[in-house]
Design a protein around this ligand. Structure first.
Ligand SMILES: [Zn+2]
Length: 465
């Protein structure tokens, strides 16, 4: 199958394995036998027509330790425990380490496995295992047409969420009792997107946070700290030792550096999970911010972040990431949620379902003209209002993603032919039927006023809500 079709989600069947303590080798055996048959291919009769069916294993993703087991690489606490390269443990966060030169490549790994298996004494075997960072036996999937390394990629979601969980833990552990209660007060009152469910308490419940909780905390924590963190909130011994280590002249610089690091981590995560990435420029930007974040984290909490595998995975990710990611959307499909009744329309500040009385007629005619070059008078003077909408944006290569919008949310919007994005509050989601009966959806925004000023610490633009 061509690569373009192979990478489309619709051509993959996602299968999950949760062995709950069982041995993966036993557990996966029947699956491997069936997959082996599929790799060879067979004839299947569908509606009276014979088809030749073939298939195989695409990508295997797992937690860090299990992912290494599948790749046949030693666990991440071993001396060479990265499944993408042979980085030694003490150089995991060394940015100058040459990942290409010391990368793991299937043909080389196969030879190393062969050499390990040729050894007769168990001592010699284990010596070669630790030299190459490999297990004594290849992973369970090696019976299949499978690349140990390319088919078990590192998981950016786990790596980023794990790193943030650690940063949250480090930050909370240096707070005084006064600092904790300040933080909780601020955390209770922080404005969050309307669709968010309640977050568990970061002081008392952070150990039971899910990965998505950590990523949500990351989005708001720089602002929370900026509001509540003072020198009195931070334990004296941490303030003194950090001041000395980083050669700061006063303790307030430690407070500022903590907030700066959180803001940096939030911006790095935004780049990592960005839906599109610009060829070359986007990669440099991503790499630069990840490097900056790595250095800041190590400066702030050296014991916890020096040689952390998550940071090494981040560093690898821009090199491994597919450079064909940049594709602008080709078409989109929109699903509308709950329709507003008269009362809801009026509560939201609209007058009725008429375009004219809402002063929307001119704007809608302009939008039809500028986006679609429709230059006719509108036959339908009325519209319907909705509470929420889901866009499915499909790209020419078959990739797709969903965007969920809800009235009342503040969203970042990049307007057609404008370089910078804007922030706006969604005040209405409107459906209008064009003259041929086709439905078009319009979003009403109240744009936030940009003060054209950067917050000196968070380095983000300040808007008036
Ligand atoms: Zn590596």
């Amino acid at each position: 199958m061509p690569h373009q079709l192979r990478k489309q989600l619709r051509n993959h069947f996602v299968i999950s394995f949760v062995p709950f303590g069982g041995d993966i080798q036993d557990f996966i055996k029947p699956f491997l036998e069936e997959l082996k048959k599929l790799e060879k291919g067979f004839v299947m009769n569908l509606n009276g027509i014979n088809y030749w069916i073939m298939g195989g294993l695409g990508v295997f993703t797992a937690d860090l330790p299990q992912g290494n087991d599948i790749a046949g690489v030693l666990r991440h606490n071993a001396y060479r425990g990265c499944r993408s390269c042979k980085v030694p443990k003490e150089q995991l966060t060394d940015l100058s380490y040459d990942i290409y030169y010391y990368g793991r490549y299937r043909q080389i790994t196969d030879k190393e496995f062969q050499l390990i298996n040729e050894q007769i004494s168990s001592n010699a075997k284990s010596r070669f295992c630790s030299q190459y960072g490999l297990r004594s036996l290849p992973g369970p999937l090696d019976l299949l047409l499978h690349d140990h390394h390319l088919h078990t990629p590192q998981d950016a979601y786990h790596a980023v969420a794990g790193k943030i969980a650690r940063l949250l833990d480090c930050t909370c552990s240096i707070l005084t009792a006064y600092g904790e209660s300040n933080l909780i007060n601020c955390w209770k009152n922080i404005e969050v997107p309307v669709q968010w469910s309640r977050l568990p308490n970061p002081i008392t419940h952070r150990c039971s946070f899910m990965m998505s909780d950590n990523l949500r905390i990351l989005m708001i924590f720089p602002f929370i700290l900026n509001r509540c963190l003072t020198v009195n909130s931070i334990k004296e011994d941490y303030l003194n030792s950090t001041c000395n280590r980083l050669h700061f002249s006063c303790q307030i610089e430690v407070r500022d550096y903590i907030i700066y690091t959180w803001a940096l981590s939030a911006k790095a995560a935004k780049e990592v999970f960005s839906i599109t990435i610009q060829r070359s420029a986007g990669y440099f930007k991503l790499q630069a911010i990840l490097n900056e974040e790595l250095e800041a984290l190590i400066k702030l909490f050296p014991d916890k972040f020096q040689n952390l595998p998550n940071l090494h995975i981040n560093h690898n990710s821009t090199i491994i990431a597919n450079p064909n990611l940049l594709n602008y959307s080709e078409h989109s499909e929109i699903k509308l949620g709950q329709k507003w009744n008269k009362h809801q329309i009026e509560t939201a500040g609209f007058v009725s379902t008429s375009l004219e009385t809402n002063n929307l007629l001119r704007e809608i005619i302009n939008a039809y003209s500028s986006y679609y070059s429709f230059e006719q008078a509108l036959l339908e003077p009325r519209v319907c209002f909705y509470e929420n909408a889901i866009y499915t944006i499909c790209q020419s290569n078959g990739d797709y993603y969903d965007i969920r919008l809800k009235v009342g949310e503040i969203v970042e919007v990049k307007l057609f032919e404008e370089d910078d994005s804007k922030f706006g509050k969604i005040t209405g989601i409107i459906e209008h039927l064009w003259n041929n009966g086709q439905a078009f959806i319009f979003l009403c925004f109240k744009w936030l006023e940009n003060f054209n000023e950067l917050d000196s610490l968070l380095e983000c633009s300040i808007y008036y809500i």
